[in-house]
Design a protein around this ligand. Structure first.
Ligand code: GDP
Ligand code: MG
Length: 163
């Protein structure tokens, strides 16, 4: 069996866009409306001569006002159970939310390698604006853009290094 890499994060941070980018084809359903990715999507990925199974997690409750009820806890529980490496996707275009703090608290206790990254860092300016996210306390935070492919190489390198 291949090592499992799970992508976790709040609705709309760009998990499915990242999944598609890493898989290299349009496998996952990506949509502007939160709540589209209800099931998990799996795809085998080859990167730098290494193979792994990538998981795009969904299945949150978009009706809920409680950020933790929006499936982040469930996503992370599943990821902690089944994944060998967890990719925690944050949103570089927004200040950190209470859900982000809760998510990082859970992940710090995961006992699994976690790669922290900030999507939607579409430009160098966007990258500078993500300084607020450092308040979450993730030491290594990789800014990238799933949509434009910016600094995806760096993220892929971090994933392969963690396998
Ligand atoms: P998910 O809910 O976490 O799976 O997020 P999606 O992949 O469905 O993306 C949510 C929205 O963010 C979509 O409108 C995407 O086009 C947009 N998005 C994803 N990646 C980027 C990015 O790198 N930059 C910008 N500006 N938007 C992005
Ligand atoms: Mg999705």
């Amino acid at each position: 069996p291949l090592p499992i890499v799970a992508i976790v994060g709040r609705p709309n941070v760009g998990k499915s866009t990242l999944f598609n980018r890493l898989v290299g084809k349009k496998t996952a359903i990506v949509h502007d409306e939160p709540g589209v990715t209800r099931d998990r999507h799996y795809s085998d990925v080859t990167s730098r001569g290494r193979r792994y199974t990538l998981v795009d997690t969904g299945g949150f409750d978009p009706e809920s006002d409680d950020p933790m009820r929006q499936g982040i806890k469930r996503q992370i529980d599943v990821a902690i159970t089944e994944a060998d490496v967890i990719v925690c996707v944050l949103d570089a275009s927004l200040p950190p939310t209470p859900a982000d703090h809760a998510e990082l608290d859970l992940l710090r206790r995961a006992g699994k390698p976690v790669i922290y990254c900030a999507n939607k860092a579409d430009s160098q300016r966007a990258e500078l604006e993500l300084t607020e996210l450092y308040r979450l306390g993730a030491r290594d935070l990789i800014p990238f853009s799933a949509l434009h492919g910016r600094r995806i190489d760096e993220l892929e390198g971090a994933i392969v290094a963690a396998l």
